[in-house]
Design a protein around this ligand. Structure first.
Ligand code: C5P
Length: 256
């Protein structure tokens, strides 16, 4: 069984954040965007309302589900929860790197074993480093003496050593993470604001345009409000995928 046989298309690299309250609304967004968006992210907001059964109801062979539940518990519990996620057929999911190396390694081992046992593709495991809602003062209050940037890099390196596939990172952090962890280590980047909406950052502190993020090394872009609030969401999604294509081309031809 290959480590992960998934070859994401450009469209799969655009992840729409299904930050809504019910199944019906989630379905409507999927129907509106599935022509342009390949991956849909179910986070705590939707998961606490629709549960695993609801997620199963959203599953469809032509779309990928990213389960953003940010697991953080003792190694055994996270390993068992990860098995549930593999069985659900999610394509990727998140764990908190602050759970520690043993927890991350137990998660990676359980996921590989369970996916192999079920004959399913192994979901990608992505680490959350320090929440972007923490600033330097908040991190210090928690006892972190390093600068957030250094702490983030350290956690990304630990995640890689423990067998994770990548991390969630801001557009500004991507380059240093790729440098420290290697280009194969995935960077999933939220806080994306399309070029013409660049000035409207909402509550995101460290934003980037789709093109910038991909040129810097982003492998997947997580986009919520710029699509939800667009008057033409499918058109906006098409434009983002086009930027992903250009950024990807620059990266693969080295024309940056
Ligand atoms: O595009 P928008 O700001 O609406 O996207 C927000 C989405 O990105 C949410 O689903 C949020 O959970 C996710 N996210 C984030 N910052 C992180 C990690 C994830 O905004 N550091």
């Amino acid at each position: 069984m290959p480590r992960n046989a998934w070859k994401p298309s450009l469209k799969d690299r655009l992840v729409f954040a299904l930050d809504v309250d019910d199944l019906e609304e989630a379905r409507q967004w999927i129907d509106a965007l599935r022509g342009e968006v390949g991956t849909f992210k179910v986070g705590l907001q939707l998961f606490t309302r629709i549960g695993p059964e609801g997620v199963r109801g959203l599953m469809n062979s032509d779309l990928q589900i990213f389960l953003d539940l940010k697991l953080h518990d003792i190694p055994h519990t996270v390993a068992q929860a990860s098995r549930g996620i593999a069985a659900l057929g999610a394509r990727m999911f998140t764990v908190h790197t602050l759970g520690g190396t043993d927890m991350l390694a137990a998660c990676a081992e359980a996921i590989a074993e369970e996916a192999g046992r079920l004959g399913l593709p192994r979901p990608l495991i992505l680490g959350v480093t320090l929440l972007t809602s923490l600033d330097e003062a908040a991190a210090r209050a928690l006892g972190f003496n390093r600068k957030i940037r250094d702490q983030t890099l350290r956690l990304a390196a630990l995640a890689r050593q423990a067998g994770l596939d990548g991390v969630v990172a801001s557009s500004q952090e991507v380059e240093s993470i790729k440098k420290a962890c290697g280009s194969e280590f995935l960077a999933v980047v939220p806080g994306i604001r399309p070029t013409e909406a660049g000035e409207k950052a909402d509550d995101q502190k460290r934003t980037g345009t789709p093109l910038e993020a991909v040129e810097r090394g982003a492998d997947f872009l997580v986009v919520g409000r710029p699509l939800r609030q667009s008057s033409h969401p499918a058109q906006t999604a098409r434009e983002i995928v086009e930027e992903i294509r250009r950024g990807w081309q620059h990266r693969s031809t080295g024309t940056l």
